[in-house]
Design a protein around this ligand. Structure first.
Ligand code: SF4
Ligand code: SF4
Length: 67
C-alpha cells in the first residue's frame, strides 16, 4: 500500500492537495505551524492509491509519495 509523507514545516495550508486527492485522504490539521498556518495531515488508515496527485499539485513540494 502506498503512503505519503507530508513535510508539514513547509506547508502553507493552501489545501490544494486536500481538494485533489481522489480518496479524500488529506485534511487540514487543527494544529498550527510555527508560521501560524494550518498545515495538512494524512488521514491514518486511508487507502492511498499512490497516484501522486497531491504531490504534483503542491506548490511547495511538501509531499513525498512512497510506493
Ligand atoms: S497519492 Fe493520491 S491517493 Fe494518495 S494521498 Fe496523494 S492524492 Fe491521495
Ligand atoms: S498543497 Fe502543499 S502547501 Fe498546499 S496544503 Fe497541501 S501540502 Fe500544504
Amino acid at each position: 500500500m502506498a503512503k505519503i509523507i507530508i513535510h508539514q514545516e513547509k506547508c502553507k495550508g493552501c489545501l490544494l492537495c486536500v481538494n485533489f486527492c481522489p480518496r479524500k485522504l488529506i485534511r487540514k490539521s487543527a494544529k498550527l505551524s510555527k508560521q501560524g498556518t494550518n498545515f495538512v495531515e494524512f488521514i491514518a488508515g486511508g487507502q492511498c492509491l499512490g497516484c501522486s496527485q497531491c504531490a504534483l499539485v503542491c506548490p511547495d513540494c511538501c509531499i513525498e509519495v512512497i510506493k
